[in-house]
Write a new protein. Structure first.
Length: 137
């Protein structure tokens, strides 16, 4: 009888352990699912904020020539976009270009990208040239 009682106790302990394992497994999956849903919500909100920031910056770039304190005539400004926002042909309104100016528009705390910094350096070091291409087709 003692052997049967021992076997029943061992089986009972194993059943309790299996039930505990199953409950823990389900609880863990539920907790992971809840955390996943929360992480998705946070990441979506972050993506929307970044998207709004980018769109706001692009909108500001396009409007810059028409805003107060912009140093150039809007009719002399040409939007490029990448790697620089604008090229200004100063004097074009008077039919005699006196100066060419590269303009990068920044909003908030944004800074120049590596490619923009390299362009700025090339201009400052006067590594600018003229080339005429003729197509004889």
């Amino acid at each position: 009888m003692d052997l049967l009682l021992t076997i029943l106790m061992v089986v009972g302990v194993l059943v309790v352990l299996l039930i505990g394992y199953y409950i823990g497994l389900k609880a863990g999956k539920f907790k992971a699912w809840v955390e996943y849903k929360e992480r998705i919500k946070i990441e979506r909100e972050d993506a929307v904020k970044k998207s709004r920031s980018v769109l706001s910056g692009q909108f500001s770039e396009q409007l810059a020539p028409y805003l107060p304190n912009f140093n150039f005539s809007p009719s002399e400004v040409r939007f490029i976009g990448k790697p620089i926002d604008f090229v200004v042909f100063k004097g074009m309104d008077e039919k005699e270009i006196q100066e060419i100016v590269f303009v990068e528009v920044k909003t908030g705390k944004s800074s120049l990208s590596p490619i923009e910094r390299s362009l700025k350096k090339a201009v400052e070091e006067k590594k600018v040239m003229w080339e005429e291409y003729r197509f004889n087709g």
